[in-house]
Design a protein around this ligand. Structure first.
Ligand SMILES: Cc1cc2nc3c(=O)[nH]c(=O)nc-3n(C[C@H](O)[C@H](O)[C@H](O)COP(=O)(O)OP(=O)(O)OC[C@H]3O[C@@H](n4cnc5c(N)ncnc54)[C@H](O)[C@@H]3O)c2cc1C
Length: 493
């Protein structure tokens, strides 16, 4: 009789873990509270427009390739990844415009136009970023960092011996200004701290690994839309025998003498050997294990990552000056993050991200039209936030910012859907609407982030943005791998 695993949540981490466990012969059932799988990655279609909701950029695609290989299949037979030549077009408040080319020589030329010395510093910065990746990838991304055995591997001991090269004592910003002088270039590289929902003025400079991940290893779009990734992983799961039930919220994790016994779903108890929880660790403990007071108190103190306010706009006009990824920067980045993290209020002058997938996937909008996904960073949800008021005010600020750059779309928006941090909190059980789980604003976050194996309950495991190794598509897929490997270690062979 195969061992039973119940996976709570069909986000990317839950799907990845379910696939791996089923492939290794376990009986796997996934329960997802939403009506469709994917969690923070979803899709909307409306009158000829298609929108990805959530992630718009794929990095570290080899993580997905490896998942298919694990199942004896080839990713290329199911999903195509399109490399981006220009990763993002940056618009600054003083009118400067900068294209972040994936090719380092082109990017250098671009920076040379505004600051020749910074162009010269670029290869050194990427070398610093690459070195952090080489030292951190195995212990911090690919391994269960909380298991002591990890630290006895030779390459991981090397990482510890080279700790200063991980730059943990500086902040992201301090690391960046060691290489660059021009404020535009500095703001561009500071932005990478937001890739896991953190503050560049607090997060450790070890996060300066992210530029190497994006420029050195590439940024991609999934042909046909990011949501194809969810659809294909669901099919891969089904081919391997996973049962996925959407519209079913797990109400309780049931344990006896500190050992997993069952979960309660739709009023029924279902017995299981293991539970893999893909829901946010903080809210899952709070809602599904309220009796566990000590861990709940500890988890409630962890700082959530940034949240986000999203506008999906059907725009019946084309903008040749915009690319697939565009950032309209705020005037004062430090003030923006002070509002977001210290004051926990929406910034007065927000940075605006505009993604238009129709630029590389024309089928995503009718001819001569564009599908806009607009994202503005938001603080974690607080009871005093008045969302209808915030939405109106931020909408106006976004339109005004675009107009300052000559982009007039007020009268071209034919459809609008707004997704607020409250939606992320209420529909996906995301902790205070966090996008990436927990912020990495402290030097110790890598170690204080919840581990993939529960210390309190035997047989309970976690995978997803709020557990190790953190948020973002490739990291949560790795989290699914790490958690499933830990379960397999416990399965009698
Ligand atoms: C606006 C936005 C932009 C982003 N941009 C990028 C990007 O460009 N690139 C990138 O790599 N990443 C990006 N991310 C981050 C990335 O999308 C997430 O890190 C990732 O999708 C999270 O996956 P997950 O498996 O951790 O969890 P989730 O997607 O949160 O899935 C967890 C699932 O568990 C379900 N669940 C929770 N509790 C229960 C319960 N009790 N019973 C049943 N089901 C339950 C939830 O409904 C949810 O479906 C972005 C995210 C957002 C929101």
């Amino acid at each position: 009789m195969p061992k039973q695993v119940i996976v709570i949540g069909a986000g990317l981490a839950g799907l990845a873990a379910a696939i791996r466990l089923a492939r290794q012969g376990l009986s796997v059932q996934v329960f997802e509270q939403a009506e469709s799988p994917g969690g923070k990655l979803s899709e909307l279609r409306h009158e000829g427009y298609r929108f990805d909701i959530g992630p718009t950029l794929l990095t570290l695609p080899f993580v997905i390739d490896e998942l298919y290989q694990f199942c004896g299949e080839k990713r290329e037979d199911h999903l195509s990844f399109i490399p981006l030549e220009i990763l993002c077009r940056y618009f600054y408040s003083d009118g400067i415009q900068l294209d972040a080319f994936a090719a380092q020589d082109r990017f250098e030329q671009e920076i040379r136009k505004i600051h020749p010395a910074d162009a010269q510093a670029l290869p050194r910065f990427f070398e610093y970023s690459r070195r952090i990746y080489e030292l951190t990838a195995d212990p911090f991304l690919f391994s269960p960092i909380h298991e002591p055995s990890v630290w006895w591997r030779r390459q991981n001991l090397t990482a510890l011996l080279h700790l200063p090269q991980l730059d943990p004592l500086s902040t992201v910003h301090q690391g960046v200004v060691r290489f660059f002088q021009d404020p535009h270039v500095i703001q561009l590289f500071d932005r990478y701290a937001t890739y896991n929902g953190s503050d560049p003025f607090q997060a450790p400079a070890t996060l300066n690994v992210i530029p190497y991940v994006e420029y050195g290893l590439g940024g991609f779009f999934v042909q046909g839309g990011m949501y194809r990734l969810v659809e294909q992983l669901v099919q891969l799961a089904r081919r391997n025998g996973v049962s996925i039930q959407c519209g079913s919220r797990v109400q309780k994790i049931i344990h006896h003498r500190k050992k997993i016994k069952a979960v309660k779903v739709d009023g029924k108890e279902i017995a299981t050997d293991y539970v893999l929880c893909n829901g946010d660790v903080v809210t899952s403990f709070r809602d599904l294990l309220p009796e566990m007071q000590k861990p709940n108190r500890k988890l409630a103190k962890l700082e959530p990552s940034l949240s986000g306010l999203m506008f999906l706009w059907s725009v019946n006009q084309e903008h040749p000056n915009l690319l697939q990824h565009n950032i309209f920067f705020s005037r004062d980045y430090r003030q923006e993050f002070h509002s977001l993290f210290q004051e926990q209020q929406p910034p007065d002058d927000p940075t605006v991200y505009v993604a238009i997938s129709a630029k590389s996937n024309p089928a995503d909008a009718p001819p001569h039209a564009e599908n806009w996904f607009v994202l503005v960073n938001m603080p974690p949800v607080r009871p005093d936030h008045n969302w209808p008021e915030i939405v109106n005010s931020i909408r106006e600020k976004v339109l005004h910012r675009l107009e300052q750059h000559g982009v007039f779309i007020r009268n071209s928006i034919t459809f609008e859907k707004v997704i607020t941090p409250l939606d992320l909190q209420d529909h996906l059980s995301s902790n205070r609407g966090s996008i990436y789980g927990l912020a990495s604003n402290s030097r110790l976050t890598a170690f204080t982030r919840p581990s993939n194996r529960s210390r309190e309950i035997k047989g309970l495991f976690f995978a997803g943005g709020s557990s190790h190794p953190g948020g973002g598509v490739p990291l949560v897929l790795l989290s699914g791998k790490i958690a499933s490997d830990l379960i397999m270690r416990e399965v009698p062979q």
